[in-house]
Design a binder for this molecule. Sequence first.
Ligand code: ATP
Length: 488
Amino acid sequence: MAKTANPAENAQLKDIIAHAKEYGFVYPSSEIYDGLQAVYDYGAYGVELKNNLKRLWWETMTRVHENIVGIDAAIFMHPTTWKASGHVDSFNDPMIDNKDSKKRYRADVLVEEHAAKLENEGKVDEAKQLTAALARLLEAEDLAGVRDLIINEGITCPISGTSNWTDVRQFNLMFSTQVGSVADDASTIYLRPETAQGIFVNFLNVQKTARMKVPFGIAQIGKAFRNEIVARQFIFRMREFEQMEMQFFVRPGTELDWYQKWADVRMRWHLALGTPAEKLRKHDHEKLAHYANAAMDIEYEFPFGFKEVEGIHSRTDFDLKSHQEYSKKKQQYFDPEVNQNYIPYVIETSIGADRLFLLTLCNAYTEETTEDKTRVYLKFHPAVAPVKAAILPLTKKDGLPEKAQEIVELLKYDFNIIYEEAASIGKRYTRQDLIGTPFCIAVDHQTLEDNTVTIRHRDTTEQERVPISELHGRIAEATSFRRVFERI
Ligand code: ATP
């Protein structure tokens, strides 16, 4: 259950949003036109961080695991895909409007947030009963019951303070558009709301062409689109976002073992990246989606409470079976070990690249107050830090810039490096702290004499003298993905 945030924690989110904009991580989309709600753009350092996170996920999946390969499917898919997957009929969220404020809410979220408030007040049993009641009503698709629950619990609109609610209605989250020049129903297609279906419809193509044997997985990173009813909390809930999904195909009957295995592997991945254990937890789903026989979320404690970052779902054979029915093409696999044809069962791990980005930013954002000064820095794991090292000549003369440029040449083909010569060295260190650069390399007069430089470490601010010849090896060691992989 989500923990409601206190005002200080929300102030922290505001600081993080402001920092992300000011230092080139995330901007509101089309900001000169006042932005587009729930859509964001990534800036110079943001794109580097996001690419590093995506690459780390990709390589974990496709390199660390020999039985996982990748694909890159198109965003547009045949519209029947979404009929077969159940999205046309049931990819809905229950929405409710407050008649006084004219604000729209997700009815289930209103109840969950109220339950979280009760939990914070120590009314744990009451909170549990409330979430269980909500789950039952949603399961039974009893929307009038959900409205009664909201009214009986005295849940009011945070803006108007009233409980003058409309009926609860279902709202389909898929964006649709027209393909071709004739605008009739037959040409309506959807922007994919999840990347998973691109994997399912290619299951046999990949299995055959990459000569995969069950158990095996297919990984994909790509854009997904959802017309979210309420888009809040910065890049946590966007209308256009990126998913990193892996579907793991297993023999029927073995799926729950694999489900536990993948939940553990994914949890270890987050820990290996430096997310503290107390900020992560597993949360079993109370209401299972139509395709699942087990499901859990990995949640992270954001400044606005514990929320889902990644879903682990045991999707049974629902998707492949349904595509077989709708396409009339067999989606079976012949398993030579048991000499049988079957439709494999599927375990899915699904994480939003943008949510992982927000987790990484929240986790890295550090304010340290010493005496009268506050130092702000981003404590990124060096493997995902947008810039790995800054090369800083102490002065602009005496041949120091030329020497520093030699070091840039030495490093720039393997690492994302910044060269900077303007402003005092202290100011330049501060600028690198603010974007989370783990190493600042200062070039001074001694460098000209003995080919050594000073490395200043971001987290401790400690400095040490090292030979230029050691720089490449040291940065490579600290930023290598291998250090993360070894801890999984
Ligand atoms: P939520 O309950 O928060 O709406 P969900 O359970 O619908 O999420 P899934 O369908 O399981 O999410 O999607 C898998 C992952 O995709 C989520 O764990 C999340 O990281 C990411 N994700 C889903 N919706 C969004 C969104 N609107 N913006 C950003 N990331 C999202």
